[in-house]
Design a protein around this ligand. Sequence first.
Ligand code: FAD
Length: 490
Amino acid sequence: MSKKISIIGSGFSSLTSACYLAKQGYDVSVFEKNSSLGGRARQFKKDGFTFDMGPSWYWMPDVFDKFFNDFGKKTSDFYNLKKLNPAYRVYFGKNDFIEIEDSLEKIKKVFEKHEKGSSIALDRFMANAKKNYSIAVTNLLYKMPGISPLELITRDTVLKAGSFLSNIRKEVGKRFKNKKLRSILEFPVLFLGAKASNTPAFYSFMNHADFGLGTWQPENGFYDVVNAMVNLGKSLGVKYYTNHDVSSLNTNNKKVESITINNKLFYSDIVISGADYVHTESLLDPKYRQYSNKYWTKKTWAPSSLLFYVGFDKKLKNVSHHNLFFDTDFDNHAKNIYDTPNWPKDPLFYANFTSITNPKTAPKGCENAFFLVPIATNLNDTNDVREKYFEIIINRLENLTGQKLKKNIIFKTSYCVNDFKNDYNSYGGNAYGLANTLFQTAFLRPKIKSKKLKNLYFSGQLTVPGPGVPPAIVSGKLVSDLILNNETTI
Ligand SMILES: Cc1cc2nc3c(=O)[nH]c(=O)nc-3n(C[C@H](O)[C@H](O)[C@H](O)COP(=O)(O)OP(=O)(O)OC[C@H]3O[C@@H](n4cnc5c(N)ncnc54)[C@H](O)[C@@H]3O)c2cc1C
């Protein structure tokens, strides 16, 4: 009889490990507390609008392709991908924006217009970013389960030692004077959950992900990826259960013997939790927890977010599919996220309008909008605060893009710290897990295998390699590789 594996949560890391382990003949079940699969990448539909609830930037298509290739499939067997052009638009003031197009050559022209000589600097910066991408993503990421510091030491990384000591802000600042260009080059590392000044320069591989590989869009939205992975899993025999909230991990003989769901015991040989790490440990008897409260409170957490899902009864002008509103000072906003946690006075925000490229996500003639304000974890989240911020961003949107919109809102709902906590058991209401700072990289992140229980594993954005969908997919692969290697000792 096949060994049973129970996977807690149905985020991308769980969907990934489920497929790899089922392919090897394990009897895999995925238990999700919510009523739909996909974790933070769930989807919801209302009044003819379709919203991706979390991720919207499809970067690093090679990671998705590698995943499907490992099962003898192609990404296009499951969904159609389109490279967005423009990739995104960045607003710096009223009618003052830069559009990032779909090739480095085009982007260089825009840079040159804003700063003479910057296209040459960009060429050099991007050559280095591409090299870092090939070292980090292509060669290192899949071999780095975070068990030993030695994983990080290769000939290539030793040669790059200096770029672990410098940071993105310094390196960008040395090469570019124009403030707008600098903020565009610092933007990609926001996906890693930390400030550019706190992110090692080596992570410029995210700039290659941005300008080099481009921004892609699955035909029907990000949820296409969830559907694809679930369909693949089903074809391999994975069983998926929604509304299955795991309430305890029950141990015997230094192993998790069973998990409790709705007062019922589910026995398994191996347990992987793709749910937030802190929550998973809280389901264990304290003597089997590896990390103390103090350990977690000292960590640099990636931001939480205030989100709005909005339907307009008309098409919007002067916006692209992805839009960044960098018309205020990010340094002040970042202080409120990382240094003195508080609601930001003049927040930066991000908005996407998926119905621009896929009219099916909104009723005819309407526009679908998603707004995101990054904020510190654990902020006091009330309806009044949410509404106050909606006023701020809708006024800014109207002013910057030169159109009246408030009267055209026909649907609106918000999502914030309390929802992240309630829906995902997220520590402090974090949206993206633990930031990728120097001291929270690789073997310095929470371990993917329990040191106290022989058959308990962890995956997801709090583990290696870190926040984001591609890292979550890599995390699911790393944990399944480790299980396959450890199999004989289980
Ligand atoms: C608003 C937002 C925007 C983002 N934008 C992007 C983007 O544009 N591009 C990008 O690459 N990444 C983005 N990310 C990050 C990305 O979505 C995440 O890093 C990734 O999806 C996390 O996957 P995960 O495997 O860690 O699991 P998660 O998605 O965190 O899923 C964990 C699952 O475990 C479940 N769970 C928790 N407790 C239990 C329990 N007791 N029993 C059963 N189930 C349980 C939860 O309900 C959840 O479904 C975004 C995230 C958010 C929130």
